[in-house]
Design a protein around this ligand. Structure first.
Ligand code: AMP
Length: 282
């Protein structure tokens, strides 16, 4: 695996690979890698000749400076994990390399997908996400790029970004990888203390219960049941619970047999914000 830190060297390597007709799969990450990231890298290595992984904790997508400074880093361990899978190039640039003239974001037309859920709660977050992903797409120009369903809204937004900008990149999604008790793997989980970690399994329990309730209960009933279950725990603060159309992210209030719907949850446990989601009908 080659570790590349600047854009000029990256471009040279990418140009050489392209001149040899190699297909390029790209997995953007913020590091502190876990099996969720590795599953995307494995998918990329089955489908492409070369896999590029980026590790960059993107400051412009954090609307809370404490969250940015508390974000876990462990480049040495990440390199060890990447060497255990089929990653050819690790691109790990500095902030100055990515944002040479200030940490500014662009605004994109995203069919209002960025106005809902995370977008409402974390103003500017998706401008930051789209700005960094657009830069990385320009530098790497991958054939395929891989994103997890764990960040379901982000996945839809990146699909829309590629459409809006007419970029010739296939966006491929990977399923959410979970711990044994159902908690979605996340770099932020390492910040949970042991009792909060144990409690956090409740998120997936609630999502699974919602799925089992979907046919016989209205979305509003399911949301109120879930809200009650989570509110019983005084260490949990609910940020949002919504049932939405899986394509538009619009809230659903009545049973919709023909539309794929997704339950979306964001909660704080201790001071750690966790998000998760599940399709309620397959
Ligand atoms: P992050 O490093 O958190 O920005 O995530 C990088 C990519 O990994 C994103 O596409 C995430 O959706 C994906 N990802 C994060 N956690 C998981 C998970 N538990 N299962 C599958 N994909 C994940």
């Amino acid at each position: 695996m080659k570790l590349v830190k600047n854009i000029e060297s990256l471009s040279k390597i990418i140009d050489t690979l392209k001149s040899k007709g190699k297909s390029i799969g790209f997995v953007p990450t913020m590091g502190a890698l876990h099996e969720g990231h590795l599953s995307l890298i494995k998918m990329a290595s089955y489908q492409c000749d070369v896999v590029v992984v980026s590790i960059f904790v993107n400051p412009t997508q954090f609307n809370n400076s404490n969250d940015l400074s508390a974000y876990p880093h462990d480049l040495e361990n990440d390199i060890r994990l990447l060497e255990s899978v089929d990653c050819s190039i690790l691109f790990a640039p500095s902030r100055k390399e990515v944002y040479p003239s200030g940490e500014n974001t662009r605004r994109y037309k995203l069919n209002d997908l960025d106005k809902r859920l995370e977008g409402k709660k974390r103003p500017g977050h998706f401008d930051g996400v789209c700005t960094i992903v657009h830069k990385l797409f320009n530098w790497i120009s991958p054939h395929k790029a891989y994103f997890g369903e764990k960040d379901f809204q982000q996945l839809l937004i990146i699909k829309q970004l590629v459409k809006t900008l007419s970029l010739p990149i296939d966006i491929i999604s990977g399923p959410t990888i979970r711990e044994e008790d159902g908690l979605a793997k996340s770099s932020r989980n390492s910040r949970l203390n042991p009792s909060d970690r144990e409690l956090s399994a409740i998120i997936y329990n609630c999502l699974s219960k919602a799925k089992s309730m979907y046919k016989d209960n209205s979305p509003l009933e399911i949301i109120s049941y879930t809200r009650e279950a989570l509110s019983k725990e005084n260490r949990i603060i609910i940020d949002y619970i919504e049932i939405v159309n899986s394509n538009t992210l619009e809230s659903i209030t009545s049973y919709q047999p023909k539309i794929r719907v997704q339950m979306m949850i964001a909660v704080f446990i201790g001071n750690v914000r966790l998000i998760d989601n599940l399709a309620l009908n397959d």
